[in-house]
Design a protein around this ligand. Structure first.
Ligand code: ZN
Length: 492
């Protein structure tokens, strides 16, 4: 009897299992190494399975100065269509590159990140037929070492650390259990860490509601009576995305609706914390339409994604902030006049390129750029039309601030032939200081402390087993700290 029930509820084989997704992504990436890279961005909480991300861009091994976009499937285990849309879109991009002009332009100018299955543990419960309606991850809420479908698991899309306290349920047996603390789950930590590293301009998480409304796009946000400060920009992008996805019935398109701010979800956290324009796409109606319909559903969502991805290079600004003397990039706060909300964290240029990107609607805008130790700079009358306007802002050190204050910036110069990294401190920084190198997951990989910079330079002999990737060098002296991101890419 038990097996009979299982076979009745088993998922249509059109839907990918985790293992099949991994195989297909790996072989696709191998066929297209010039534009695709697979990265393990974390492991799941219970089964310790790798969560993978695919980066699609020209020069995928490098962090280039290009807008980054993130697409995530399967926060909710049973909403398996999100994985299918990700795989379908990845295939389309990889196979269309050099064949189709729009795809080539998107891949050349953007960094496109996909996580087809975030909730790998929960997805396994669904695809194995144990419970095709399972939603949460597999956190062992009562710590008894076995899976209790009536009590275990966290709703990952209520576990993010913005307004976590207002949303979801505190009851572990609820389908909406938000977890014991914000970001308590390794799966949501994956998104948090990747987003803080890549600073996505826009993002989408794909859902397909088992109950509730389908064919809808939610955007941030309405909080009480107020829309978020970027409402006109965010709303216009939601509308253009919704209008370019034909509904299943063929009678119209998807609908864009505001979401509430008082819920610790992906969309709200990304927007609140990093200013990412983040959207939830509820694909189709119900979780698992019959397999023969999946390609058609994915193609119609892809029509919308093509419009969405193109929008990243549409109306907006790209502001480069540099020190007026050294011309080194600066991480500075950028405020768009009339679109500034003091209750949200500051929006800043990124420390690697000094770049601040923001999508706007056509019009005339003014900006205020500020940083400790520098004179606040105003940039007025920027006329935004149909592509991002580039502005270079050279910030003047405040009078009375000596060169020494700006001397703490550090250069990281890898020398692959000698197998060393030169850490070069700027003016007046020789002498004892602390240098630490962390990998992209925040793990300390050197214990080089209290080094002496002879001639303002410290030469680090890189261990043989040091793997290629992105690292962070943290340099501190007299209580002041500088963090530099760098890439180590030694050929084997
Ligand atoms: Zn969902």
């Amino acid at each position: 009897m038990f097996f009979l029930i299982l076979s009745l509820v088993a998922l249509d084989p059109r839907y990918h299992t985790y293992q099949r997704m991994m195989q297909e992504i790996d072989s696709l990436a191998l066929l297209h190494t010039e534009i695709a890279r697979v990265e393990t961005v974390g492991v799941t909480a219970v089964n310790q399975l790798p969560i993978i991300a695919v980066k699609i861009s020209d020069n995928p091994q490098m962090d280039e100065d290009e807008p980054a976009l993130l697409f995530v499937g399967v926060h909710h285990a049973e909403e398996v269509l999100g994985c299918e849309v990700c795989i379908y879109t990845i295939e389309h991009l990889l196979e269309g590159y050099d064949n189709d002009s729009l795809t080539t332009r998107l891949v050349d100018n953007l960094e496109l990140w996909f996580i087809p299955i975030l909730n790998v543990d929960g997805h396994g419960i669904v695809t194995s037929g144990i419970d095709t309606t399972w939603r949460k991850n597999l956190r062992d809420n009562n710590d008894n070492g076995i899976f209790d479908p009536g009590y275990d698991g966290v709703d990952l899309n209520r576990n993010y650390g913005f307004n976590w306290e207002y949303g979801g349920s505190n009851d572990p047996s609820s389908e909406y259990y938000k977890g014991p603390a914000p970001f308590s789950e390794s799966e949501t930590q994956v998104i948090r860490d990747l987003a803080q590293r890549e600073r996505f301009l826009m993002a989408i998480d794909f859902h397909s509601a088992r109950t509730g409304q389908g064919e809808v796009i939610y955007y941030p946000w309405r909080w009480g009576a107020n829309f978020c400060i970027d409402y006109p920009f965010i709303r216009s992008i939601a509308d253009s995305l919704a209008e370019s996805i034909l509904n299943d019935a063929g009678t119209g398109c998807y609908t864009a609706i505001y979401g509430v701010a008082t819920e610790g979800n992906f969309r709200n956290w990304l927007y609140a914390t990093l200013g990412t324009y983040a959207y939830t796409v509820e694909i189709s109606w119900g979780c698992t339409p019959p397999g023969y319909r999946v390609d058609d559903i994915c193609q119609r969502v892809l029509d919308g994604l093509n419009v969405f991805m193109q929008r990243a290079t549409g109306p907006g600004v790209t502001i480069y902030v540099v020190d007026s003397i050294s011309l080194l990039p600066l991480e500075a706060e950028v405020r768009v006049q009339n679109y500034y909300d003091p209750s949200l964290p500051p929006r800043t240029s990124d420390p690697v390129f000094g770049v601040f990107r923001k999508l706007l609607t056509p019009g005339v805008y003014s900006f205020e750029i500020m940083k400790d130790g520098y004179e606040t700079t105003f940039v007025g009358n920027v006329n935004v039309v149909d592509t991002p306007v580039s502005v270079i802002v050279k910030m003047k050190p405040q009078s009375g601030v000596t060169e020494e204050r700006h001397g703490r910036l550090m250069q990281v110069i890898p020398d692959y032939s000698s197998g060393v990294i030169n850490f070069v401190a700027k003016v007046n920084e020789s002498g004892n200081c602390t240098l630490q190198v962390f990998d992209s997951s925040g793990r300390l990989v050197t214990d080089v402390t209290r080094v002496s910079f002879a001639d303002d330079r410290y030469v680090w002999h890189v261990p043989k087993n040091f793997s290629n990737g992105v690292y962070f060098a943290v340099f501190s002296k007299s209580g002041r700290t500088t963090c530099k991101r760098f890439l180590w890419l030694r050929s084997p």
